[in-house]
Ligand binder design. Structure first.
Ligand SMILES: O=C1O[C@H](COP(=O)(O)O)[C@@H](O)[C@H](O)[C@H]1O
Length: 338
């Protein structure tokens, strides 16, 4: 079987836009890198059930979000002065797109139009005090996505907070709860357990995963905090992507600097993580990775060394084994299974 992967990239050096590549699950290999469409630094992307694609974009020097149809025909873009987004997510129920703007520190909400295009409906900025790290000079929104109960959860690396918003049908946001992480955590991305009311928060700045209990009122409570790095590592590192297996038994995180994927076993109630493996990504700066539909394979993108790495995953032990490295993919920062 062939599974198509869409790759988001920076176009600062050699990349030209959005690419696709095929994962052949019988041959256990990646091949066929193809430029799907030219675009300026489409760093993150997500598709709707209607098969439209929403991506980070820059048009004539203005940053924002763009929409494409299933054949990569450009629909429209909503842009304004300043940097573009760094994360996008689709809300099928309300037909909205959520965007995180790291540099401007904004949460953005867009309405999906009948033709698949988008229009802006909401934008907000967090005023809370910021963390102690040099990268926490102001709010830096890094992640905007849905909770299992259809609220919006926002990770703000600058304020060391995770915000939960109730979302009206028209996209307007009302704050429901705020979780304050330890100073210098730098909340980047978060994943929910598939069956338990638990979330796993990846701190970019201190390379940790916080296990959080998710309550009915939208608040989070910390249960555990664990490093994604080996104890003897003393170099620079920035946490990047976090993914969970479909069965909720294993958690995966990427370390930019140590250039590895850390694997954790999750206790049956979801509340405890135990480190079980740390494996090289065979490249520099693993910005993103994703599991395929069956969770048998993991594809990792090394942003600075322009290569993808393919691992096979043992469903019983959760551990990864290298299958392929040095698969060329320019400046890749987003791995999305279509
Ligand atoms: O993880 C990171 O993300 C931020 C935001 O991405 P950007 O594409 O909007 O710049 C990035 O600036 C930072 O270098 C990186 O570590």
């Amino acid at each position: 079987m062939i599974e198509k992967i869409i790759l988001g990239t920076y176009t600062r050096r050699v990349s030209e836009g959005i690419y696709t590549i095929d994962l052949d699950t019988e041959k256990k290999e990646l091949s066929g890198l193809t430029l799907a469409t030219k675009e300026v630094s489409p760093t993150y992307l997500a598709k709707s059930k209607a098969e439209n694609l929403y991506t980070v974009t820059t048009v004539d020097g203005l940053g924002g979000a763009g929409a494409y149809d299933s054949t990569y025909q450009f629909l429209n873009a909503v842009t304004e002065e300043g940097a573009p987004l760094c994360y996008v997510a689709v809300d099928e129920t309300r037909q909205l797109v959520y965007g995180a703007n790291y540099h401007k520190g904004e949460v953005n909400v867009y309405r999906i139009l009948d033709n698949g295009g988008i229009e802006a409906v909401e934008s907000l900025y967090h005023q809370e005090e910021t963390g102690p790290h040099k990268n926490q000079d102001h709010a830096h929104v890094h992640y905007t996505d849905l909770t299992p109960d259809q609220r919006l959860v926002v990770c703000d690396l600058g304020t060391d907070r995770v915000y939960t918003y109730d979302v009206a049908e028209n996209g307007k946001l009302t704050l429901a709860a705020t979780f304050v992480a330890e100073p210098g955590t730098g909340p980047r991305h978060l994943v929910f357990h598939p069956t338990q009311p638990i979330a796993y928060l990846f701190g970019e700045l201190d390379s940790t995963v916080s296990v959080l209990a998710y309550q009915e009122n939208g608040s989070f409570e910390k249960l555990q905090k664990i490093s994604t790095l080996p104890e003897d590592f003393t170099g620079e590192n920035g946490g990047a992507a976090i993914r969970i297996s479909n069965d909720g038994r294993f958690l995966y995180t990427s370390n930019r600097g140590h250039n590895s994927i850390a694997v954790f076993e999750i206790s049956s109630n979801g509340e405890q993580l135990s480190a079980i493996q740390n494996i090289s990504t065979e490249g520099d700066f693993p910005r993103d990775f994703a599991l395929n539909s069956t969770n048998e394979f993991l594809v990792c993108a090394n942003q600075n060394s322009d290569n993808l790495t393919l691992f096979t995953r043992d469903a019983q032990t959760g551990k990864l084994t290298l299958l392929q490295k040095d698969i060329y993919a320019p400046e890749c920062v987003c791995v999305y299974f279509d």
